[in-house]
Design a protein around this ligand. Structure first.
Ligand code: ATP
Ligand code: MG
Length: 362
């Protein structure tokens, strides 16, 4: 398996002015897959890309590309292309020359360059823009030129730093499909940075969720969505209802003064935990049928569903996504299944968490 790993970071740290901005980053990237670094502003996403590309030096740890240490290798000697957050196009060149730049350096035949540039511009929906000056392009168009300029080189690894941030929703969704398609067709390894969780869930094979210079959880989109490791991840990835609770015994938890059947085991009885239930897993029902009872406070129409917020007797807020409407001020029941309850242990490490989830499968 080891040679399938195209990029490895081992215990990588980065310190700027006595402040550690990356803490012991450990990860492995398998050839040909789509990886996403997801986290809030300032958590260290761009810094990781800069370390991999070689534009900044690690303060500690080792970075390997194709199993070879590259800490001391300059950026132009690494088989990596980057689309930067500020796209950094050549402002004095037109679109064609920007995209053709890397190929011209490699001294490819002119007709081959033309063909590749044409294809790349088509992929980013900019056919016919070859002669345009960069300064005459909108921010979103420039961003797409930057993507074309990178993919045209068919690098082994493509690092993309929020490459879709300047696009409107429709174009952004189109480009998400395009990028995913390009990645799969060319078999390029993508490391994609975003702070948009929906984008990360839709595009990635594997997500690293970051917070304050740490990777807090890594896994497939489904794993991370279904089983967030802690409050931060549960809150950051999608909408969550999080309430304090207590483990009663295996497959039994207590919260809001009641006991419920759940799918979790192997946790000390009496241990304080947090409970997560996703809004779409809550069903609006009558007070009699409800496992919980809430008083409806607000309701918003969200197109596909209503987003209803209510409060239980302990004052916990509950968000429900429902195709049914509720009456504001009324009491309603909330129904959910045992497997809709996700138990989070306080301060659990990713290793402990993974071991616990694995034990459920056995
Ligand atoms: N050259 C630098 N000198 C000093 N501190 C820096 C430098 N570059 C980044 N930092 C700091 O490192 C931390 C991580 O920055 P980074 O740019 O990696 O965040 P990010 O996750 O990409 O955020 P954003 O989503 O806003 O782009 C921040 O606290 C930032 O202020
Ligand atoms: Mg950044």
């Amino acid at each position: 398996m080891a040679d399938e790993m195209i990029i490895t970071l081992e215990n990588v740290n980065k310190v700027y002015d006595n402040e550690t901005v990356l803490h012991d980053i450990d990860f492995e990237v398998e050839r040909g897959k789509f990886y996403t670094l997801l986290g809030p502003s300032g958590c260290g996403k761009t810094t990781i890309l800069r370390l991999i590309a070689g534009f900044t030096e690690a303060s500690g740890g080792e970075i390997r590309i194709n199993n070879e240490r590259v800490n001391e290798v300059p950026p132009n000697k690494r088989k990596v292309n980057t689309v930067f957050q500020d796209y950094a196009l050549f402002p004095h060149m037109n679109v064609y020359d920007n995209v053709a730049f890397g190929l011209s350096l490699k001294k490819l035949p002119k007709n081959e360059i033309q063909e590749k540039v044409k294809n790349a511009l088509k992929l980013v929906q900019l056919s016919g823009y070859e002669k345009r000056e960069i300064r005459e392009m909108s921010g979103g168009q420039q961003q797409r030129v930057a993507i074309a300029r990178a993919i045209v080189n068919e690098p082994e690894v493509l690092l993309l730093d929020e490459p879709l941030s300047a696009l409107d929703l429709k174009l952004r969704t189109d480009m998400q499909y395009e990028l995913r398609e390009i990645q799969q067709r060319l078999g390029i390894t993508f490391i994609f940075v975003t702070h948009d969780q929906e984008e990360a869930l839709a595009m990635s094979d594997w997500i690293f969720v970051m917070n304050k210079g740490h990777i807090v959880q890594s896994g497939t989109p489904v794993d991370i969505y279904d089983e967030p490791i802690n409050r931060f991840v549960a809150d950051f990835i999608g909408e969550s209802n999080i309430v304090p609770g207590k483990m009663i015994e295996d497959y039994r938890v207590g919260f809001v003064g009641k006991e419920f059947e759940c799918a979790d085991a192997g946790i000390t009885p009496g241990e304080k935990i947090e409970i997560v239930i996703r809004p779409e897993d809550l069903e609006l029902t009558s007070v009699e049928k409800g496992k919980l009872i809430v008083k409806v406070d607000t309701q918003l129409f969200r197109g596909v569903h209503y987003e209803i917020i209510g409060y239980d007797e302990d004052g916990n807020e509950w968000m429900v996504h429902s195709t049914k409407k509720a009456d504001i001020g009324s009491e309603v029941g909330l129904y959910f299944n045992a497997e809709d309850i996700h138990v989070m242990r306080l301060g659990e490490t990713e290793e402990e968490f993974d071991a616990r989830l694995e034990s459920y499968d056995e």
